[in-house]
Design a protein around this ligand. Structure first.
Ligand SMILES: NC(=O)c1ccc[n+]([C@@H]2O[C@H](COP(=O)([O-])OP(=O)(O)OC[C@H]3O[C@@H](n4cnc5c(N)ncnc54)[C@H](OP(=O)(O)O)[C@@H]3O)[C@@H](O)[C@H]2O)c1
Length: 338
């Protein structure tokens, strides 16, 4: 057996989510968070001291120039993902970028072009994708547990009132759709296995002008339909329902269940009132830990080792988000670009 060579990861920005990520991967033998950079070096030092990170760089560019760093984690505001993912790729670093990968499909394309040119991997982080619960959901779908997927509902919401949060800033590509909506759009893309062809959406906007709730209907070329919702105005929830012509799955897609509830999938096998009810239990793990380890496997062994969104899926997600945003503004259905 070959020994595991840990992935030496650098973090761009002392973000709130980066703290959770770094804490989660600490026990792993596959990932070493070796450096952090923050716009304010003191802030970077405090972050590194709290989390046991040995190296603090004075700028994001200085971290990217560090030859000891193989890959970077990008937890920056959405509007900065493309700029820094491309700079990292140009510097020969692999990139795990927070969702949404980019602020538009054009930016997402530019990121993947840079990855191809530089021979590195750039992937979009959805920790739930690496969770056993999601892996089991995908196995059930692939084994025909619900037959042909015909309908998907996916929702994602949490309460947000802090006007200073990056999610409330349109210039940083905030808003419920970009922040929360990328999750249900990614879930639907995974469950249906295709990009929608047409969407119709409506949004409610807050004082800063960003959407705080968005609903959208999605139509697929094979006749499947889906609905997504995302909001900053409700109690926390991430629920999903997948119905096919032979059964259904009800699940949720949290990154961490935090011991609050068991990660289960409720499978209805059959089409009538007498459909068998099977509760599929899966292990509770940290999605960030699972994602970090899967990112190591991706860099060491290639794309087949990555349970997360592939570049094709991420591009489809970005095209779908573009179309939903346009439909919510225009108030009419919009074709999803290719
Ligand atoms: N996967 C998930 O479940 C999940 C959960 C939460 C967030 N996220 C994603 O992670 C990203 C960050 O979210 P967060 O909640 O961690 O945000 P945050 O705490 O506000 O952190 C954003 C970081 O970006 C850096 N930054 C650089 N330029 C900035 C600017 N002009 N304005 C504000 N910050 C700037 C700051 O780092 P320094 O000043 O330290 O350099 C800051 O720490 C977003 O893309 C979000 O969608 C994902």
């Amino acid at each position: 057996m070959t020994a595991t060579v840990p992935l030496r990861l650098g973090v761009l920005g002392a973000a709130r989510i980066a703290r959770l990520f770094v804490e989660a991967v600490r026990p792993s033998s596959k990932v070493v968070v070796a450096a952090v950079a923050a716009r304010d070096t003191e802030r970077g030092r405090a972050f590194a001291a709290d989390l046991g990170i040995p190296q603090v760089h004075a700028s994001y560019d200085a971290l990217l120039a560090d030859p000891a760093i193989e890959a970077v984690y990008v937890p920056l505001p959405n509007a900065l993902h493309a700029r820094w993912a491309i700079r990292a790729a140009d510097g020969g670093k692999h990139v795990l970028c927070e969702k949404p990968l980019a602020a538009s499909a054009a930016e997402a394309r530019a990121i993947f072009d840079a990855a191809t040119q530089n021979g590195v991997h750039v992937v979009e982080g959805y920790p739930y994708r690496a969770q056993p619960q999601t892996i089991r959901t995908r196995e059930l779908l692939a084994s025909g547990a619900v037959g042909r997927v015909r309908l998907v509902h996916a929702s994602f919401g949490f309460p947000l009132t802090d006007a200073a949060n990056i999610r409330m800033d349109a210039d940083l590509a905030g808003g419920a759709l970009m922040d929360a909506g990328s999750y249900p759009v990614s879930f639907v893309r995974m469950a249906v296995g295709a990009r929608p062809v047409r969407v119709q959406a409506s949004s409610r906007r807050g004082a800063s002008g960003v959407d705080t709730t968005t609903l959208a209907s999605l139509e697929f070329a094979d006749g499947a339909m889906a609905q997504i919702s995302c909001t900053f105005d409700t109690a926390r929830h991430r629920n999903a329902f997948i119905a096919g012509d032979a059964g259904s799955l009800a699940t949720h897609y949290y990154n961490d269940t935090g011991g609050l509830f068991a990660p289960v999938i409720e499978w209805r096998k059959g089409t009538g009132w007498d459909a068998e009810r099977i509760v599929v239990e899966t292990a509770a793990t940290s999605g960030f830990l699972a994602e970090g380890e899967a990112f190591h496997d991706l860099v060491r062994s290639g794309m087949s080792a990555w349970p997360g969104a592939t570049p094709e899926e991420s591009l489809d997600i970005a095209l779908t988000l573009d179309a939903i945003a346009a439909s919510a503004v225009e108030g009419s259905p919009v074709d999803v670009g290719a």
